[in-house]
Write a protein that binds this ligand. Sequence first.
Ligand code: HEC
Length: 187
Amino acid sequence: MSQRDQDNQSQHSNEPEYNRSGFITFIFTMVFVLSFFIYLVVIHPGVDMGEKVKEVAIAAAEAPKAIDINSIKEPWIENEDVARYGEGVYKANCAMCHGEKALGDGPAGAALNPKPRNLVEGHWAVGGDSMALFKTFTNGIPGTSMPGFTQIKAADRWALVQYVRSITQNKVEDDPAKLNEFATSAK
Ligand code: HEC
């Protein structure tokens, strides 16, 4: 036998050895991967993605839509989102006098005379149409503690108008043409 034949033979005799251990490693790997897979799918409680997606969708539907009031071109035109935005402006600026639910019972209003108005009942002295409300929120009511709110930007005052009109039992009809004319000049 030549040296080369011997080399070949020893290589050949090594080959099955090498393949067997490779095969065993392969089987072990597969068993490991498979059992991990079974663990993930069957045993591990896991997160039901379907449920998760549903929860997020419900939360998004229930959360009040945050609008950018500056993107509303005509905030005096009736719009639920603007009214809802106005509720936030109301809570920050008016609730202390007129009350959380606008029943005229805010803590800062208790000692005032006349008392802050119950806006839900809505007995208007200046007026309950959009224009009159806007003027009230801008100028206040002289001779009472109702202040003017020129520091609140016009779009936010229109949102307040919409909020008050959305909660009052005494919603006074608007004349759309007059309202439009007034609002575009009052901006
Ligand atoms: C310091 C307390 C106070 C604050 C703050 C206040 N108000 Fe008033 N508001 C009053 C009082 C007092 C009156 C007058 C009640 C009356 O004349 O009988 C009044 C009257 C009103 C009226 C009745 C208008 C009408 O035609 O009769 C409206 C509407 C109103 N307020 C809305 C608001 C809104 C909206 C805000 C927040 C931007 C606000 N008020 C903030 C005290 C307040």
